[in-house]
Write a protein that binds this ligand. Structure first.
Ligand SMILES: [Zn+2]
Length: 248
């Protein structure tokens, strides 16, 4: 297939030096998923493509692509930077982890659908200084489906109950209502508050997330749950996750 020139809207991450002054960056796009961009001469001090090489730049990019392997950056239109994330090491660690996660969930050039907006909005919120940890947990829960695992958080795995007290069963892959606690051979014995927070994060749209005022203890409980879920269902060993744990 011959290369064509297209315009994509996206966000640049995982920048690394390539040959001479050239740079390779990943770009997460609304239209064509995640792929690698070759930015020729990006490291030259006077490069007009310089703004596009900075991690966490986002905007509209003109690229040459044949939808496999490397695509080549030709030009960009309006480009902005997520400055808070760029300079704040914790925000940076969270952003790198979430982008790494979505990068592992999809093949190159595979459209991300609504998960593009999920991750993009999550980064915007982290950049605004909104609770990094809660944003991160929300994205982790919602991205499970992209890895082909979708625990049932909406209603009890035995009945239609969607309100009241719930627990979670790893074996059954979903929530269990109080009336069916006896039917689940194993359950995690999560407290109702933790389960409530996890369900909220899994089910509401990220745009609906307003002011966040959640105690550290509760956040740690939901964090434990998500780590167990990821450990049980997926085989991911991301360096960005290890680094995030180190800096917190
Ligand atoms: Zn039930």
């Amino acid at each position: 297939m011959s290369k064509e020139l297209i315009e994509v809207s996206g966000l640049v991450f995982k920048q690394k030096k390539y040959k001479d002054f050239d740079v390779l960056s990943k770009i997460m796009t609304a239209e064509n998923g995640i792929f690698t961009l070759l930015i020729k001469g990006g490291l030259k001090p006077k490069s007009r493509l310089l703004p596009a090489t900075i991690n966490f730049s986002y905007g509209n990019y003109l690229i040459n692509t044949n939808y496999c392997g490397l695509s080549v950056l030709r030009n960009y239109k309006v480009v902005h930077q997520l400055e808070h994330i760029y300079f704040d090491f914790k925000g940076n660690a969270y952003a790198n982890y979430l982008l790494d996660l979505v990068d592992h969930a999809y093949a190159d050039y595979q459209p991300l659908g609504k998960n593009y907006y999920l991750v993009f909005n999550a980064l915007m919120k982290i950049n605004e200084g909104i609770d990094n940890e809660i944003i991160c947990q929300m994205v982790e829960l919602k991205l499970l489906s992209a890895f082909g695992t979708m625990p049932e958080f909406r209603h009890c795995v035995f009945c239609d109950a969607s309100q009241g007290i719930f627990d979670f069963s790893l074996q059954l892959g979903g929530i269990v209502c109080k009336n069916h606690f006896g039917s689940a051979n194993t359950r995690m014995c999560l407290d109702a508050k933790t389960m409530g927070l996890i369900r909220t994060l899994a089910l509401i749209d990220i745009q609906q997330l307003g002011q966040i005022n959640i105690s550290d203890n509760l956040k740690q409980q939901s964090r434990k749950f998500i780590d167990i879920l990821y450990g049980q269902y997926l085989d991911l060993h991301l360096k960005t996750k290890k680094y995030l744990k180190e800096v917190l």
